[in-house]
Design a protein around this ligand. Structure first.
Ligand code: IPM
Ligand code: MG
Length: 368
């Protein structure tokens, strides 16, 4: 019997408008090929929502996300419109969704497949076989701690942000990292700045306690600055990295560069809540941004958005075979050099739409 799945779709700003429709196209191909009924509800968030409604995301649209089985997201932001002191910021949409849907763990897989090795800025022998999963804490830390404000005192402008964690917040995300490590090489690197920060000393203490619940998982602790260094010097040593919100933000941008293309990395944000199908309600997005410099030209690489759709099928709908079909279709297209200009070899580059068409086509061929 065919199942109905309700998916909220938020293309957002810039190239989000171009790459998300490709992911939707591929999901439609999955639906037709494997007999599932996907209902898509498109919502506005970011600048497009500020322009249309005056807010980065409307309360009722957040509610639609909460009631859906999963959310597929593109990107938010446009630096050319940024007013640094503005209270209305497009990123608020993303932060509100994460916080209000309690999406406390952000999974960012960085895998350097043989096809990608030549694209990496690092020497081949350093990146061959790299397979790192960064688990970034997403609803705590300095992104949400109070106070966070600016004021004037003694004729000086001042500002404060607060890094704050409870043991419960640390425990649940470290547990998720340990669970994931069990399905991989069994190594968790917990990253902190315990030589300086109280929140990091708490983090290390709780991570150590959690690791005792997982005797089959090896846990090591590294300082964030050393981790940044090892990601360049010896990235093959990592399996699962778990870290607090801002360290994770920075390290995932760095780690993504190992693949040579930012446009290939999907992400999943998972939380405490389940959807109607008994799987985790999740939020899926490429890790790249809105790329206003290339937006509207039909050259954006839809791969990360399409791979985010695969993660969605696996983690929020439990459709493993279908997720694998998308990943195989993407791998085949990349191996054949059927790609957008950023990574095309063989001389011919595809447009964003054509790259989406190829993957959709290969998905249809996956099941004959
Ligand atoms: C990310 C982005 C966001 C973050 C911004 C857009 C708020 O950089 O998802 O990594 O800092 O979390
Ligand atoms: Mg970031």
């Amino acid at each position: 019997m065919s199942q109905t799945y309700n998916l909220a779709v938020i293309p957002g700003d810039g190239i989000g408008q171009e790459v998300v429709p490709q992911a939707v196209k591929v999901l439609r191909a999955v639906g037709e090929t494997f007999g599932h009924d996907f209902e898509f509800t498109e919502l506005l968030a970011g600048w497009v929502a500020i322009d249309a409604y005056g807010v980065p995301i409307r309360d009722e649209d957040l509610e639609v996300c909460r009631r859906s089985d999963a959310v597929l997201f593109g990107a938010n932001g446009d630096p050319s419109r940024d007013v640094i002191r503005s209270e209305v910021r497009p990123e608020r949409a993303l932060l509100r969704i994460r916080k209000e849907l309690e999406l406390f763990a952000n999974l960012r897989p960085v895998k350097v497949t043989p096809d990608l090795v030549p694209h990496s800025p690092l020497r081949p022998e350093l990146v061959e076989g790299v397979d790192v999963l960064v688990v970034r804490e997403l609803t705590g830390g300095i992104y949400f701690g109070q106070p966070s404000r600016r004021w004037e005192e003694g004729g000086e402008r001042r500002a404060v942000d607060t890094m704050y964690y409870t043991e419960g917040e640390v425990r649940r995300v470290v547990r998720m990292a340990c669970e994931l490590a069990r399905t991989r090489r069994g190594l968790v690197t917990s990253v902190d700045k315990a030589n300086v920060l109280s929140t990091s000393r708490l983090w290390r203490e709780i991570a150590t306690e959690v690791s005792e619940e997982y005797p089959d998982v090896t846990m090591e602790h590294l300082l964030v600055d050393a981790t940044a260094m090892y990601l360049m010097q010896n990235p093959q040593r990592f399996d699962v990295i778990v870290t607090e919100n801002m360290f994770g933000d920075i390290l995932t941008d760095e780690a993504a560069q190992l693949t040579g293309s930012y446009s290939l990395i999907p992400s999943a944000s998972l939380g405490a809540q389940n959807n109607r199908h008994g799987h985790r309600l999740g939020f899926y997005e490429p890790i790249h941004g809105s790329a206003p410099d290339i937006a509207g030209r039909g050259v954006a690489n839809p791969t990360a958005a399409i791979l985010s759709a695969a993660m969605l099928l696996r983690s929020s709908l439990g459709l493993e075979r279908e997720a694998a079909a998308i990943e195989a279709a993407v791998a085949r297209a990349l191996a054949e050099g059927k790609a957008t200009p950023d990574i095309a070899h063989n001389g011919v580059a595809l447009t964003t739409e054509q790259a989406g068409d190829v993957v959709a086509w290969y998905v249809r061929e996956a099941k004959v």
